[in-house]
Each structure stands twice: as C-alpha cells, then as structure tokens.
Design a protein around this ligand. Structure first.
Ligand SMILES: Cc1cc2nc3c(=O)[nH]c(=O)nc-3n(C[C@H](O)[C@H](O)[C@H](O)COP(=O)(O)O)c2cc1C
Length: 358
C-alpha cells in the first residue's frame, strides 16, 4: 500500500495527505511555519490551535490575534470551539473572512473547562445539537467545513461512526478522528481499527490521528485504517522533520535523523518566528518549552534543560544554546543525531510500544 496519498476537501487538494494536527498552545503561526520549513513540501495541511467562538464573537483582541497566519501557510485550517449555535456560525464567518481554506469545529477537547460549557468532546454527547450547529454553520460559510472528533465519550458510548455519518449528511467535507475517547484523554493507545470503521462508513475523507511518531508508525496506522490521511500532533513537536521523513519513505528514500546542529538551527529559527508574533516574554516562554522538548537525547541534555529552564529571555536562552554548541563541537558531537541514533521520537515510540500500541 502506498504510504502517502493526496486527498480532497471539497475542491481543495491536500497533497500529501499529511496534516499537522491542532494543538492548543503549540500550533500557532510560528510553530506551523517551523514545521512547514523543516518538512518542506511534505505537509499537506496545517491546523491552528483551537480558538474560542466566545472570544471571537465578543471581539476579544487576544483571541482575534490567534487568527494570524502567514501567506506561505496555505492550505490552512482554523479550528474553533464552543457550544452556542449562533455564535459558532458567526465565528465561522469571521474565520472565513480571513481567507483561510478550511474551517474546523472541535468536538474532541477533553478539558473540563471546555466540556462543562457544552463544547469540545461534550458535543459528541449532544449529537442532535451538533447536527443543528453543523447545518447552520454550513449555510453561513462557503469554504469547506470539517470536524475533529474523538471515538466517543467513553468506551460505552463509542459513536464516531454515527457522528461522522451525520456530519457527512450535514455537509461536512472531512472528518479527523483522534482514536481515543474523551475519558481516555491521552492514555492508552489510539484505536486505529475504529478509525478504519469510520473510513468505511462515509464517503468524505477521513483523517486518522493518534500516536504517529515515525515512518514505521505512520505505515502501520495507515495500513490498519486505510485512512485518507494522517494527522500528526505530538510527533511533530518532537520532530518537525517527521512529515518529510514519511513522504520520503514513499519514494523509497530515507531522510536521516536531524543532527544536534540542525536541531539547534531549527530552535534559532523558531525564535525568530516567535519574536515576529509575540511580545518578548511570551516568545521566551514558548521557546523554553520547545527547547526542553528538542534537546531530549542530546549529550548532556539534563544539564542543558536545567540551564534553559532558568533563562528568562530569548537572548539568555540563545546564549545557553551557543555555549552548549561550542562544547559539543569541541567534542565533535554536533554533527551526530541525538542519542539512540533514531532521535527523539525513538523514546516516544518506545513508550507507545510499551503501551502496546504498535
Ligand atoms: C498539547 C496538546 C494540545 C492539543 N490541542 C488540541 C486542540 O486545540 N484541538 C484539537 O482538536 N486537538 C488538540 N489536541 C489533540 C491533537 O490534535 C491530537 O489529536 C492528539 O494529540 C493525538 O495525536 P498525536 O498522538 O499525534 O499527538 C492537542 C494535543 C496536545 C498534545
């Protein structure tokens, strides 16, 4: 089976069928651009972090800033969340007016503050309400409307097939399924057999999501589900080159694991992208978070992480990286991939293996 195919959302071609999954606090413009740069030509679609319809329709400035994207990001989908039908339709129209390619509604967020207000995964328990919402939003916008769901609320309420069929009938152009229930949060393994059931039950594209962290996991999930595309979340945080590695595998090529030097260069680039869009303290906080993830597996990583955690500004952090790089260069280690050879994702794959997901 071919590993990377393209698919269509309405008339929009997504090629290859690899999607950067929405991640709150992560998939902002800076991160999306970084992934598109590291995996040039191999990211079919990027999805924003989820954005509150309450904030959008009440004209909250901070929320509106979350709509920013770069012209080079197309095709791009903006995800919105909330519960009120009229506000959802109004917010979808606001999002469409920015010129995005796709509007996505979140039906998967498990956070209590979201589900208590009737949004996110709670919509999976209010299917009639969700159907009215989808139909109203569909009338309001002309760009494709898509849905991100979990498999159900809990194991006794698996309803992803029913929800996807309802969504298709209501005019939704694509469904992305994270193969866990709301109650599972991020525990256990994503159920790609259920994703396969959704794929067989509807005619619109179905994108599978959950635990894709390497070429091997991409291949096995794809083969198990026959999904039209794969969405990658945490794997992209650990390894923004992953899309390129998966796309290359299609052609029988191997993109080597990025070296320590390349990972440091990506962090420096990420800093520039962050500083273009945030006040400096916010940029520093986001850069610290990403750096701590990226340096996992580096020689001397614990000490570097500790030093990075203590920094307050991007300049201080950059100085730590410079010091680290000079030391590593003197030991001739910057040209190597991080420990384990297969890089950062190896640890994550190993941990998912232990959970029996492969
Ligand atoms: C930090 C974080 C934030 C997330 N935020 C969102 C979000 O805003 N909207 C959404 O639909 N899913 C969100 N998710 C779920 C991911 O899109 C994805 O479905 C999930 O992480 C499983 O895929 P993965 O194993 O590739 O990470 C988030 C996940 C993480 C780890």
């Amino acid at each position: 089976m071919s590993l990377v195919r393209s698919f269509r959302i309405g008339t929009l071609e997504i090629a290859p069928g690899l999607v950067l999954a929405p991640m709150s606090g992560v998939t902002d413009m800076a991160f999306r651009r970084l992934v598109r740069e590291c995996s040039a030509g191999a990211v079919g679609l990027v999805v924003s972090e989820f954005i509150s319809i309450e904030g959008l329709t009440r004209n909250d400035l901070k929320t509106h800033r979350m709509l920013r994207y770069h012209p080079g990001e197309h095709p791009i989908s903006i995800q919105i969340f909330g519960s009120d039908i009229d506000r959802m339709a109004e917010a979808a129209a606001l999002v469409q007016a920015t010129g995005v390619d796709v509007v996505d509604i979140n039906c998967g967020c498990p956070a209590p503050k979201v589900v208590k207000k009737g949004g996110g995964a709670e919509l999976l328990r209010r299917v009639a309400h969700l159907e009215r919402m989808l139909r109203q939003v569909r009338r309001e916008i002309s760009v494709p409307l898509t849905l991100k769901i979990r498999t159900g609320w809990d194991e006794d309420a698996i309803n992803c097939v029913e929800v996807a069929q309802m969504a298709e009938a209501a005019g939704v152009a694509m469904v992305m399924v994270h193969g866990r229930t709301r109650v599972q949060l991020y525990t256990g393994a994503a159920d790609w057999d259920l994703i396969g059931e959704v794929k067989r039950a509807v005619g619109i594209p179905v994108i599978g999501c959950g635990d894709v962290v390497s070429v091997a996991t991409a291949r096995s999930r794809w083969e198990r589900s026959a999904a039209d595309g794969l969405a990658i979340g945490r794997g992209a945080m650990e390894n923004p080159w992953l899309f390129r590695q998966i796309a290359a595998a299609q052609a029988g090529a191997v993109v080597p694991e990025p070296t320590v030097h390349e990972r440091l260069a990506a962090l420096r680039r990420y800093r520039v992208l962050l500083e273009e869009m945030y006040p400096l303290p916010v940029a520093a906080a986001r850069l610290r978070g990403m750096t701590c993830r990226t340096v996992k597996g580096f020689p001397g990583a614990p000490a570097l992480r500790e030093a990075v955690t203590r920094t307050r500004t991007c300049d201080e952090l950059a100085a730590e990286l410079d010091r680290f790089e000079s030391r590593a260069a003197s030991e001739s280690r910057v040209g190597e991939p991080p420990r384990r050879g297969r890089g950062l994702t190896a640890a994550f794959v190993a941990s998912t293996d232990e959970r029996g997901s492969l």
